[in-house]
Design a protein around this ligand. Structure first.
Ligand code: ASP
Length: 585
């Protein structure tokens, strides 16, 4: 037997037992007469001790252990003189009788402890070593528990886990496809699924009325922070449901997962719901962080017509009141101004109004607006003495984005974005279509299979941009964790949708004919949702990065630096695939 116990298992009640442990040497401390070894496995750390009475050979053996050696030890459990309350095994240590090296190790390139001294790149290159560290092991265990809890919930609710293929054609989720050449079909390519969207809809046509899959998806996107080219979704679809049924089911799932993994209740019952238009107006974006207030208020009507050209010419004027920030210094205001002027945010400037504790009002627009007028704005905003109001103006959408970013930045600075607090929200009633000026055409805001609200269908002809969809996002703390929709299940309406999106009937037929044809053979009403599982894990774990919850992630340039992929392939393989490579310019 390699071990009688794991390194996380022994307690005071085990004192006196003879045990065999196996694991990795995290640290050796030679204190002259005694030697201590921290032995680690994924269950914990147990302190091993060789005391002054031990035979010289045993002491020598213990002193000769290098970091990360894999060893097996036999010893007996003793109570520690100096207890360590920080670890579960801290009351005991194992006094050694025998030590055996199972596997030697080179000196690791970074310390494998709670906090490592290794930089990001090095830890990615030696990911298997980084994965030995406590924080990553806890992340992997959290991920496992979350996946199991989702499975057990969905199983209990009658969902079937059904696999769908990876070698498919294009799925329109709005990103580029990763493609795979086909050797047996020269010059033809598969696309890897951006999601199993079309297949899960076909499963509904096939009568599998509750489907799920914890499934890898592939999207060739420019990697913004916290995106991975391959990521995992909890992908679900149901038949004979309306929006409410889907929201209710997955709200229960989220709550179940949360309780199972973290042991606490998740959010208010039922989760709050907010129409998209309201989220945009009050928070400036479609995934509002509701852990704090500081809502946006529109001042367009109040602020225009006082001779201040910047405001008079603006399409939109809006503001937020930063709670308790009247004391901000010039430097702090300049910092915030620079923050919102960054190209990604794109503000032209920031107007401030200081509501002193004394009741005095000062502002950067004193020349145009009397304190009385500004007091009126403060009332509109619900601002108090002691607050600082920030006003942004310009084109509506842009200004809302600026206010949204400013709000989040201030929320962060004021410590209002507490990682231990979770506020879930359904954002509903998304627009069906989004107009793109550059290409002068509509795009599907969710995807082309999303159904319009029945009452808005007439608008498809007169004012497509105003049509609302039966689409919903699941948002927690300002992070979009899931999204889905009730689908179109009528081939004529689906054809009209492709038409609006600029597909010719031939193109639509070529790309999605299989789905529209399927709809001709008895399609049930259906809808579903997919959760970004990696993001869900990082959220539950209270972390910012999804990378820490993926065992083998890619780096920011989409590379796996450990196995060095992607890489070139040899000429024979290219020939077999009928491929020629071209040097990039
Ligand atoms: N396929 C969608 C997505 O990946 C989710 C859904 O509509 O169910 O975002």
């Amino acid at each position: 037997m390699y071990r009688t116990h794991t390194c996380g298992e022994l307690r005071a009640a085990d004192v006196g037992k003879e045990v065999t442990l196996a694991g990795w040497v995290q640290k050796v401390r030679n204190l002259g007469a005694m030697t201590f070894i921290d032995l680690r496995d994924r269950y914990g750390i147990t302190q091993l001790v060789v005391d002054e009475h031990a035979p010289a050979a045993l002491k020598e053996g213990a002193d000769g252990m290098g970091r990360e050696f894999v060893i097996q030890v036999v010893g007996h459990v003793v109570e520690r003189a100096a207890k360590n309350p920080k670890i579960p095994t801290g009351d005991i240590e194992v006094a050694l009788d025998e030590v055996k090296i199972l596997s030697k190790a080179d000196t690791p390139p970074f310390t494998i402890e709670e906090n490592s001294d290794g930089g990001d790149d090095l830890r990615m290159k030696y990911r298997y070593l980084d994965l030995r560290r406590g924080p990553l092991q806890r992340n992997m265990m959290l991920r496992h528990r979350m996946a199991q809890s989702a499975r057990s919930f969905l199983d209990r609710e009658g969902f079937l886990e059904i696999e769908t293929p990876f070698l498919i054609g294009s799925t329109p989720e709005g990103a580029r496809d990763f493609v795979v050449p086909s050797r047996m079909n020269p010059n033809q390519f598969y696309a890897l699924p951006q999601s199993p969207q079309t297949f899960k809809q076909l499963l509904m046509v096939a009568g599998y009325d509750k489907y799920f899959q914890i499934v890898r998806c592939f999207r060739d996107e420019d990697l913004r922070a916290d995106r991975q080219p391959e990521f995992t979704q909890i992908d679900c679809e149901m038949s004979f449901v309306e929006q409410n049924d889907v929201l209710d089911t997955f709200e229960r799932m989220a709550r179940f997962m949360f309780f199972e993994t973290l042991g606490v209740e998740f959010g208010a019952k039922p989760f709050r719901r907010m129409p998209w238009a309201e989220a945009m107006a009050r928070y400036g974006n479609d995934k509002p962080d509701l852990r704090f207030g500081m809502e946006i208020h529109e001042l367009t009507a109040l602020a225009k017509g006082h001779g201040f050209g910047v405001f008079d010419d603006a399409e939109y004027i809006g503001a937020i009141a930063a709670t308790g920030c009247a004391g901000y210094t010039r430097k702090q205001i300049d910092e915030l101004t620079e923050y919102v002027k960054r190209p990604q945010i794109g503000a032209k400037g920031l107007v401030w109004i200081r509501l002193d504790e004394s009741g005095e009002i000062k502002s950067s627009i004193d020349k145009f607006y009397s304190p009385d007028v500004l007091r009126g704005w403060a009332t509109e905003l619900g601002a108090q003495n002691g607050d600082m109001i920030f006003v942004v103006s310009g084109e509506r959408r842009r200004s809302l984005t600026v206010l949204s970013e400013l709000r989040l930045e201030l929320g962060g600075r004021l410590g209002l974005r507490d990682k231990t607090k979770f506020v879930p929200l359904w954002v509903v009633d998304f627009p069906l279509l989004e107009w793109d000026d550059e290409t002068a055409r509509f795009y599907a805001m969710h995807h082309p299979f999303t159904s319009p609200k029945p009452e808005d269908i007439p608008l498809l002809e007169s004012d497509p941009g105003a049509v609302r969809a039966n689409a919903y996002d699941f948002v927690v703390n300002g992070v979009e964790v899931g999204g889905g929709s009730i689908r179109i299940f009528d081939s004529a309406l689906q054809a009209r949708m492709f038409d609006l999106l600029g597909f010719t009937p031939e193109q639509a037929q070529a790309q999605f004919g299989f789905l529209m044809n399927a709809f001709r053979y008895g399609a049930p009403p259906h809808g579903g949702i997919a959760f970004g599982f990696d993001r869900f894990c990082s959220l539950f774990g209270g972390a910012d990065s999804i990378r820490d919850y993926i065992a083998f992630p890619k780096n920011n340039s989409g590379r796996d630096v450990m196995i060095d992929a992607p890489s070139t392939i040899d000429q024979a393989q290219l020939d077999e695939l009928f491929l020629k490579t071209v040097k990039p310019e």
